[in-house]
Write a protein that binds this ligand. Structure first.
Ligand code: ZN
Length: 620
């Protein structure tokens, strides 16, 4: 090296030293390994995640927002708000209007672009009410933005982009009916990389099996590979060439999809979601993270990119037994004898309400509102139901989701009627051995013994979508292992079978998601013991990107400032743990909620009846 070159290099170093340069905004990648449990990650199961957690920030006290479902948590990541503000209370919600894209159902499953478009349009162009971080980044004109991966949660990050302009969205439906159209520019870039702009199907990974046939043994390899090729060969190189900071969200369907559908454990809660297919799916997600890290390194972007890895929720194995359920005693053509069918909650409610009013029937919103008679072996297809004398004017609506369900009492019912019905429903549910925890809308139903309030869950805020009247949590328990959050089973309202996987409950197994971060703005080798949630991740993303987003509701997440280099020497805020108890019933039943809080942000560890929710064992 010549002397002149050395001097030139020294000058460049001086000019670009931190003292001379204004703090720059770094690139941001949010990688979501759907359904990855915090405690399953170690150097064997998921080496890339374990390394990231070890070298960067380990959010050991992490939290999914509850109900612990995908679209709900996508809304928290996307906006930095809790569910009371986003109104995305679960994967399946009551929208208050028949959704054409969901076959006319009033209880649509939100993981669909046509459904998201229709619901978005119905609720004033943004059903989440709050502006999302990715939307704000795109609109600022300062960032390149892309959201890639599982259909549903991807679109939630930028609902406006579902029309096909702005943020790049590539998901399961890309190139298919209902997919987000790609600009000619992106189509050309994809073609130039010798790739196709048509997402492959899930293949056998999409096979849930049935009551006679086990589900899949194949992780979501084909789709994962497609999304990774798009990210590593097209999106990241183009973002680099654009020469401005970027925001990339990558949502890996694994391990969630495989843990749901796996055929490792037919009708048995052991090994449940700890069989070989689930473990392969964890490796599939880990390898996806490796591929993205590798591309960032190869493109020289690793040093200037913050990488946050956060799962939407934890996971449990499905149990389908009950001694109290009327639904479990009927026989169906597609359910193992004696087990709970999809829709057991709706059937048990309809059966009990029918005793006081023989005109009560159960209608299936997923089958054109046809009546379903459990005594004739019929159950709601997906578990959702309209209960009343008339499908067009139901008294009670069940949005079935899995480890917890939502019950709605239509606003048109007078307060007096709603209160009486709410109290009756709670009384019916308190008798069921599969229920563990009830939460009611106290403004409409008043205080109900045995139940806590929706406010206690952060579900009452500025949301635009209808508020559930009652949230029903299902029982969970350990199937016997050293670390019980890794072998939880839960009652679930689902078409899937006992032994397959589910989430959505308020057990610590479902609320404890994997969470870690690394990059120029994050501390190194830092064990963060403060509680953190997916709403906090959204809020922290907005902070890192220096986006000024005006909130509508007050249920915002916390900036995880203790995890950042800028706050290395600041004092730690205090963590308060709290156990809330509802008023007891005459039979001394009560719902208990265990929380942690930091400043004015509250985190839900676990909720339910004493002894019937995993994570509440020591609470009496
Ligand atoms: Zn799932």
């Amino acid at each position: 090296m010549s002397c002149k070159t050395k001097i030139a290099i020294a000058w460049i170093a001086l000019l670009t030293s931190p003292l001379d340069v204004r703090a720059e905004i770094h690139n941001l990648v949010l990688f979501v390994p759907d359904g990855l449990r915090s405690q399953i990650v170690d150097s064997q199961q998921a080496p890339a995640m374990a390394e990231l957690r070890e070298k960067g920030v380990n959010f050991i006290n992490s939290h999914s927002v509850s109900p612990t479902f995908t679209t709900a948590n996508a809304s928290a990541f996307a906006t930095g708000h809790q569910l009371g503000d986003t109104g995305d209370f679960s994967n399946t919600i009551f929208t208050g209007f028949p959704v054409t894209a969901a076959g006319g159902s009033v209880t649509p499953f939100l993981e669909s672009n046509p459904v998201l478009r229709e619901v978005t349009a119905h609720f004033g162009g943004n059903y989440l009410n709050e502006e999302s971080v990715v939307t704000a980044a795109a609109h600022s004109g300062r960032f390149s933005t892309a959201v890639i991966g599982k259909v549903g949660p991807t679109g939630i990050f930028d609902l406006g982009a579902l029309a096909g302009a702005g943020t790049l969205i590539v998901d399961d439906s890309t190139g298919h009916d209902g997919g987000v159209p790609l600009s000619q520019d992106w189509l050309d870039a994809i073609a130039a990389a010798k790739l196709t702009a048509v997402a492959p199907g899930r293949g056998d990974n999409g096979n849930p099996g049935d009551y006679q046939h086990p589900g899949t043994w194949v992780p979501d390899y084909a789709q994962q590979q497609f999304f990774l090729e798009i990210v590593t060969k097209v999106v990241l190189p183009r973002f680099k060439a654009a020469g401005r900071p970027f925001v990339l969200v990558y949502w890996s369907r694994d391990p969630d999809g495989s843990q749901h559908n796996q055929g490792d454990s037919a009708d048995s809660v052991r090994p449940g979601i700890n069989g070989p297919t689930s473990f392969s799916a964890i490796r599939n997600a880990d390898a996806a993270l490796t591929a993205i890290e590798q591309a960032l390194h190869a493109l020289g972007l690793a040093q200037s990119t913050n990488l946050i890895v956060a799962a939407d929720h934890g996971f449990s194995t499905i149990a389908k037994t009950s001694d109290t359920s009327v639904a479990a005693r009927a026989s169906y053509g597609d359910v193992i004898a004696g087990e709970l069918p999809a829709g057991f909650l709706a059937i048990d409610l309809a059966a009990a309400l029918k005793k006081g009013n023989t005109s009560i029937r159960l209608f299936d919103p997923d089958a054109k509102n046809q009546p379903k008679d459990w005594q004739r072996g019929e159950h709601p297809l997906l578990g959702n139901a309209l209960i009343g004398s008339d499908a067009a004017a139901p008294q009670l609506i069940v949005a079935a989701n899995g480890g917890s369900d939502l019950l709605y009492i239509p606003e048109r019912l007078p307060e007096r009627v709603a209160r009486r019905l709410g109290a009756k429903v709670v009384e019916i549910l308190l008798r069921q051995d599969y229920v563990s925890g009830l939460f009611v809308d106290r403004r409409r139903l008043g205080e109900v013994p045995g139940a806590l309030s929706l406010d206690d869950l952060g579900l009452v805020g500025a949301a635009r979508t209808p508020l559930p009247a009652i949230v029903v949590n299902f029982r969970s328990f350990s199937t016997g292992c050293e670390n019980p959050v890794l072998c939880a089973a839960e009652i679930a309202d689902t078409r899937l079978q006992q032994g397959q996987g589910m989430h959505g409950s308020f057990s610590r197994a479902d609320t404890w998601n994997f969470m870690a971060a690394r990059g120029p703005d994050f501390r190194e080798h830092y064990l963060d013991q403060l509680p953190a949630s997916n709403a906090d991740i959204g809020r922290t993303m907005a902070h890192l990107l220096e986006l000024d987003i005006t909130p509508k509701g007050a249920l915002r997440g916390r900036e995880l400032s203790e995890s950042l280099r800028t706050a290395e020497h600041e004092p730690m805020p205090e963590v308060k743990t709290r156990t809330l108890r509802s008023a007891p019933t005459a039979a001394h039943q009560m719902t208990i909620l265990r929380t942690q809080s930091v400043l004015d942000t509250t985190y839900i560890d676990a909720a339910g009846f004493p002894g019937l929710t995993l994570g509440l064992e020591e609470v009496r």
